[in-house]
Ligand binder design. Structure first.
Ligand SMILES: *Cc1c(COP(=O)(O)O)cnc(C)c1O
Length: 474
């Protein structure tokens, strides 16, 4: 494709995307296709000869689009958001255009240095302790996901605890990690991958708000120590995925300090709220943490993938993950004057992801970001208030930010039917969780363009559908 043809096609693609955002509310939010429906419309084998962009885009419109669930619809309230924005899409496009592979400083100095700078900005925006800044012993790196960040943290914690022996001799088998029953499943997966073993992962009980109980954590650690095991890692969550529960960071942090455990904080979605001074208290206790991560690709208008992973002592992480084959040796690395980010995560290669983050932060400004976060929280709080004052619905858990967990009073089967009926109508999409055997509806407000009118409509749809189903039952 010549630059001239790319210019023409590219302009059309930007138009296509702009049209998509303008018309996004006309699509059913949840894709309505059946399994295999998309695949069966695609040829069994790749084309031997060239096809035109026009042909390709025709298939995008007719085959691909029906199989899209519209995560960027303002009527999307499912799971946690994975929101995006114009500046982010443009930054990502530029990253693709430059096609840089930023594995080490020398392979594109700007890729490393912009990332370091933007992450220091974020550290300041979140008022993280100085130790997480690149100018101190710590620093930060962009990873693909919170899952990879948790795995990196667990590996570094493992090596620190075993004096870097495990890397050399294989798993020792008596390390123990601690999470709550509501910690994200990615941590359990990382514990398996890291060779710690699922049997050495303790699921600590929670209080009435579903937050980890520090007293039970300490009891479990003592118990394991008595049995000759080696406690090494705790993951505390700021905003659990199921209900947005907040683990008590200061209490957990003090226990980690006392028993010399690595404290990782997973703030995947809710960490973003802490850029607003009035929600910064959510991170009180982060000063105890050895690592902290959150996802701008969830609630900070930066399209997937973008996780920011902060460590207090980068030397531990680097010592754990560094490998230097001959073909990557270079003067800048040997001088020690630069960061080589391939030593900060699992994979070698890396995209220029800081561009989109830089575009987003500069486009909105910190105050602009705060404005949108506050809007989302206000809308969710308004929704929670409607639920609280309704005769048909109950609020099931506290709604500290932008997630509301609620249920119709008519029981599990009714709520299941309600969710399914509404999602099949296609006007909005939300999901569920189960808490103490109760089927609970989850409404998470965090799409970039969600406004009051959308949340009004959602509440109307939920109430009306519940009425319809109640009549049917009678
Ligand atoms: C979404 C989520 C994750 C996983 O995020 P990925 O970036 O997709 O790996 C981890 N922890 C919490 C609390 C989450 O909400």
């Amino acid at each position: 494709m010549s630059p001239e043809e790319f210019r023409n096609q590219g302009k059309q693609m930007i138009d296509w995307i702009a049209d998509y955002y303008e018309n996004i509310e006309q699509y059913p939010v949840l894709s309505q296709v059946k399994p295999g429906e998309i695949k069966n419309q695609l040829p069994d084998s790749a084309p031997l000869e060239s096809e035109s962009m026009t042909q390709i885009m025709e298939d995008v419109n007719s085959i691909i689009m029906p199989g899209i669930t519209h995560w960027q619809s303002p009527n999307f309230y499912a799971f946690f958001p994975s929101n995006s924005s114009g500046p982010s899409i443009l930054g990502d496009l530029l990253s693709s255009g430059l096609g840089v592979q930023g594995m080490i400083w020398a392979t594109s100095p700007a890729c490393t240095e912009l990332e370091t700078r933007v992450l220091d900005w974020l550290s300041e925006m979140l008022q993280l302790p100085e130790k997480f800044k690149s100018s101190s012993d710590g620093g930060a790196v962009i990873q693909d996901t919170a899952s990879s960040a948790a795995l990196s943290a667990i590996l570094a914690a493992r090596e620190k605890k075993t004096n870097y022996e495990t890397n050399d001799s294989g798993s020792l088998g008596n390390l123990v990690a601690y999470v709550s029953m509501h910690t994200h499943s990615s941590v359990e997966k990382a514990i398996k991958i890291a060779g710690i073993g699922k049997n050495n992962l303790r699921l600590i009980g929670v209080d009435e708000n579903l937050a980890m109980r520090p007293d039970l954590l300490e009891t479990a650690i003592k118990n394991d120590l008595q049995n000759g095991l080696i406690p090494f890692f705790v993951c505390a969550t700021v905003g659990t995925t199921s209900t947005n529960a907040m683990d008590p960071l200061p209490e957990i942090g003090q226990i980690c300090q006392q028993y010399e455990l690595w404290m990782h904080i997973d703030a995947a979605m809710s960490g973003t709220a802490a850029i607003c001074p009035e929600y910064r208290y959510l991170l009180n206790g982060v000063e105890y943490a050895d690592s902290f991560s959150f996802n701008p690709h969830k609630w900070m208008f930066t399209n997937f993938d973008c996780n920011c992973f902060f460590v207090a002592d980068r030397s531990v992480l680097i010592k754990t993950l560094s490998i230097l084959p001959e073909y990557l040796k270079n003067q800048a690395t040997e001088s020690g004057a630069v960061f080589d980010y391939r030593d900060w995560h699992i994979q070698l290669g890396r995209r220029f992801r800081s561009l989109k983050l830089w575009f987003v932060i500069r486009h909105y400004g910190v105050n602009g970001l705060r404005y949108h976060i506050r809007q989302h929280i206000n809308l969710a709080q308004q929704f929670a208030e409607w639920v609280r004052s309704s005769d048909e619905f109950d609020l099931v858990t506290p709604a500290p930010l932008n997630l509301v967990c609620f249920a119709h009073k008519s029981g599990n089967d009714f709520n299941r039917k309600l969710l399914e009926t509404i999602n099949n109508k296609g006007k909005m999409y939300f999901t569920h969780t189960v808490i103490n055997n109760q089927y609970v509806l989850r409404m998470c407000i965090g799409q970039t363009n969600t406004k009051e009118e959308h949340v009004d409509l959602a509440w109307k749809i939920i109430q009306e559908t519940a009425k319809e189903l109640s009549y049917q039952k009678l």
